[in-house]
Design a protein around this ligand. Structure first.
Ligand SMILES: [Cu+2]
Length: 213
């Protein structure tokens, strides 16, 4: 019995040691700003991160801690980023929902999000203030199993799909229309985006599908 208990304690200790030994802290600097991009054949102002639209992909392993310093480089608006699907156990203040878990980050200020990713999956992050997600503030967040664990299925490759839609009117114009009386409906989006690919719905442009980069 004593031997069994010793083995149990040893395994537990080893498990804890292995978990903390393998987990990493991953650091990101995100500068949120409006940028000019040409997601279709027309130039638009979109929300970007570090000059990219969609924002950079975050990739981590289960047990890792993400440390993301988000700097608001917008001149007149607050911003936050919500980590969609992340459980935020023990870190509810890092959930990134304006007026719920935090005040919006003021222009020129930086907020540090620090949280653990405790479950594998394909997630995404997005702006959670006003119409900022529709303006383009989003990106992928992928949490892999630790290398020591096998996924329960086989596959030949991996392709991450990030779907969204895009209007030719600005998010500010959409917001004013939606809150007007009578309301002005924003209508259907003009463009569907698939990561760096897009499909244009109208035919005023000379192409319908284009490789974005
Ligand atoms: Cu969400």
């Amino acid at each position: 019995m004593r031997l069994l208990r010793a083995i149990f304690v040893w395994c537990n200790l080893f498990g804890v040691f292995e978990l903390s030994f393998g987990a990493k802290e991953r650091n990101y600097e995100f500068d949120v700003e409006y940028i000019y991009k040409k997601p279709d054949c027309l130039e638009h102002v979109v929300m970007g991160i570090n000059g990219q639209f969609p924002g950079p992909t975050i990739r981590a392993e289960v047990g890792d801690t993400l440390v993301i310093n988000v700097t608001n480089k917008l001149s007149t608006e607050g911003t936050v980023i919500h980590w969609h699907g992340i459980r935020q156990r023990g870190t509810p203040w890092a959930d990134g929902t304006a007026a719920i878990s935090q005040c919006a980050i003021n222009p020129g200020e930086t907020f540090q999000y620090k949280f653990e990713v405790d479950k594998s999956g394909t997630y995404f992050y997005h702006g959670h203030y006003g119409m900022q997600r529709a303006a383009g503030l989003y990106g992928s967040l992928i949490v892999d199993l630790p290398k020591s664990q096998r996924e329960p299925f086989h596959y030949d490759g991996e392709f991450n799909l990030l779907l969204s839609d895009l209007w030719h009117t600005s998010s500010h114009e959409q917001e004013v229309g939606l809150s007007s009386a009578p309301m002005r409906w924003i209508g259907e989006p003009q463009v569907y985006t698939f990561n760096f690919l897009y499909i244009q719905k109208d035919t005023s442009c000379s192409f319908n599908l284009l490789l974005f980069y």
